[in-house]
Design a protein. Structure first.
Length: 154
């Protein structure tokens, strides 16, 4: 099946019912997307499909064939961080870091839809679980990134 991942057409040989997460990690070697729970509860596996945050652990690869899939690998680069990545660093969001790729992807989808989110908007959109409990830092980082993306100080 043909998958459009990070702007490139990629051929996947996996069974069409295979969750997108495993196609990304095991077949296409895009290991930034993490396995957490396998039941779409934690959000470690969050990617974008047509700009929407999607839990890839329960999304069959065949369901997203031909759609625009974006993973953490294309959020920014080492030379040009995405404003969210810069804000994550500035606010010292990660502790263990395991859930962060999913958190960043959920936050990016939020900011694409709601460029200046309120605390309530953030709380509603950020349903990812962080065992380290960095939620206040996540909220601060999202506000910082929103300001930077608007042209304010980061």
């Amino acid at each position: 099946m043909q998958l459009n991942i990070n702007g490139q057409s990629r051929e996947a040989q996996a069974d069409p019912s295979t969750p997108l997460l495993w196609v990304l990690r095991d077949e296409l070697n895009l290991t930034g997307t993490k396995f957490g729970c396998g039941v779409a509860a934690c959000g470690a596996c969050t990617v974008h499909v047509n700009g929407q945050a999607v839990r890839s652990c329960v999304t069959p690869a065949s369901a997203v064939a031909g759609q625009k899939i974006t993973t953490i690998e294309s959020l920014g680069t080492a030379d040009q961080l995405h404003p969210l990545q810069a804000a994550w660093i500035a606010e010292q969001v990660p502790q263990c870091g395991y859930c962060q790729s999913g958190m960043l992807m959920a936050a990016a989808a939020l900011l694409a839809k709601t460029p200046q989110p309120s605390d309530a908007d953030i709380d509603a959109a950020m349903t990812n679980l962080c065992r380290c409990g960095t939620y206040p830092r996540v909220r601060a980082a999202i506000h910082r990134a929103a300001a930077a993306m608007k042209g304010g100080a980061a």
